[in-house]
Design a protein around this ligand. Structure first.
Ligand code: UGA
Length: 437
């Protein structure tokens, strides 16, 4: 198939490369010329495991190219819209500016018989609106919604081997043709037995936001119970293990700690609740506001604990922050709990030094007022308090004995409950997790 991917960020760049890997002819399009130049040279403009070698081999195959002009999409059979839907600056709703612009640009160049397939996470009702717009322009190009479920850090694997594929299509003969086209795109995954669900537009849009809302709720659930564990002497990690054995509950996404961040879960639950309000059903999703509030409270919990452990004030005290990315194996700092904690401590007068294996450049652009160090050793040098906020494997493996001589005070907050408390305590550290005695 000839494919275009509009938007080459964390989602689109991976999608374009993965589609080439599957044997298609692909053009990736983005308005950001720097991003396109970097991709064209074989270097992803962000860190994602497995992506760079695959990008290079895709370019070498001659079946992948990148462009800044929408016209480059004109001979594609399927156009994927993979642009961002960030939170609006002045409300909780999703900003659809990029979706609308990408859609208009591609609709203007799409050849008769081609399909526009939305991948971006959008408020329910968007596909129907765009389909109506499209019908006023042409009857020869159709629309489907094909939500993406990839996780950053596993984006390449998740795209090549998804756990399910969802097509939201028109309930008409045209819809059947669109299904056949998408089946041709995803033939490898379908052949491998990946569940493939065909729904109407609204269902496909809701599948995506409901999945993220459920995951966010699961994390806030365990963090709320963690707050009770804190005051009762229970251990939230043992509790999660115990309830996780119930297959109806499951252990995954029950890791208590500083909570969820990133470019998806926080803004998606807010946009979902905002959409419910627009639809006159605010009460149906009011619980998501609580999920959000519980989540943001975890950041405050870490800050409060830092103040407590340093005897009532962090002013002019040196605090080392391990991790600035919103999760390990990513350089993405969008809505990162780690940075929120760092910024708040800085605001309270602390001498904050942060480190991260991949996220420092992005963090510095967002928060130039913080100090950054490239290595764990240099970040910990003279620290009176260490806070682990992003559980990179190399931070999990830190030896408490050897770093004990670098720091000025052996106090650690394990904001992800990722360390073994007894090992740290035996090495002379004051260890505090979240929801752990
Ligand atoms: C999330 C979803 O998991 C993907 O399925 C979805 O496609 C994606 O959003 C999206 O909408 O594009 P992602 O944001 O990459 O993926 O990251 P997650 O692995 O979901 O982690 C989100 C946050 O939750 C991270 O800050 C992580 O540290 C936190 N988390 C995760 C916890 O605090 N506890 C857990 O048990 C699990």
């Amino acid at each position: 198939m000839r494919i275009s991917v509009i938007g080459c960020g964390y989602l689109g760049a991976v999608h374009a490369v993965a589609m080439t890997e599957l044997g298609h002819d692909v053009v990736g399009i983005d308005v950001d010329a720097t991003r396109i130049a970097s991709l064209s040279e074989g270097t992803a403009p962000f860190f994602e495991p497995e992506l760079d070698p695959l990008l290079k081999s895709a370019l070498q195959s001659g079946r992948l190219r990148f462009s800044t002009v929408a016209a480059a999409a004109s001979d594609a059979d399927v156009h994927f819209l993979a642009v961002g839907t960030p939170q609006k600056p002045d409300s909780h709703s999703a900003d659809l500016t990029f979706v609308d612009a990408a859609f208009a640009a591609v609709a203007a160049v799409a050849k008769p018989g081609s399909l526009i397939a939305g991948k971006s996470t959008v408020p329910v009702g968007t596909a129907e609106r765009l389909a109506k717009d499209l019908a006023t322009l042409t009857s020869e190009v159709s629309l489907a919604w094909n939500p993406e479920f990839l996780r950053e850090g596993f984006a390449v694997r998740d795209t090549l081997e998804p756990d399910r594929i969802v097509y939201g299509v028109e309930t008409s003969a045209q819809g059947e043709k669109d299904v056949a086209k998408l089946d041709a795109v995803y033939h490898e995954a379908i052949k491998a037995g990946t569940p493939r669900l065909i729904t109407n537009f609204a269902t496909s849009e809701l599948v995506k936001v409901s999945a993220n809302a459920f995951l966010a709720t699961k994390i806030s659930f365990i963090n709320a119970i963690g707050e009770i564990a804190d005051i009762t002497g229970a251990d939230i990690t043992e509790l999660a293990d115990a309830i996780g054995h119930d297959v109806r509950i499951g252990r995954r996404f029950l890791n208590a700690g500083v909570g969820f961040g990133g470019g998806c879960l926080p803004k998606d639950i807010r946009a979902f609740a905002a959409r419910a309000e627009e639809l006159g059903r605010a009460s149906s999703l009011a619980f998501l506001n609580e999920v959000d509030a519980i989540n943001l409270r975890q950041r405050q919990r870490v800050v409060d604990l830092a103040v407590e452990l340093l005897g009532g004030s962090v002013n002019q005290r040196r605090v080392a922050i391990l991790g600035v990315a919103f999760k390990p194996n990513s350089d993405d700092v969008r809505d990162s709990p780690a940075l929120a904690v760092a910024v708040q401590l800085k605001g309270l007068g602390a001498d904050v030094v942060a480190t991260d294996p991949e996220g420092i450049d992005n963090a510095r652009r967002q928060h130039p007022q913080l100090s950054y160090e490239p290595s764990v050793e240099s970040a910990l040098d003279g620290a009176e308090l260490v806070i682990l906020v992003t559980e990179w494997q190399e931070y999990r493996e830190i030896d408490p004995v050897s770093i004990g001589s670098i720091v000025a005070g052996r106090i650690i907050i394990d904001g992800r409950n990722a360390l073994d408390p007894s090992r740290w305590r035996e090495s002379g550290w004051t260890y505090r997790g979240l929801g752990r005695p």
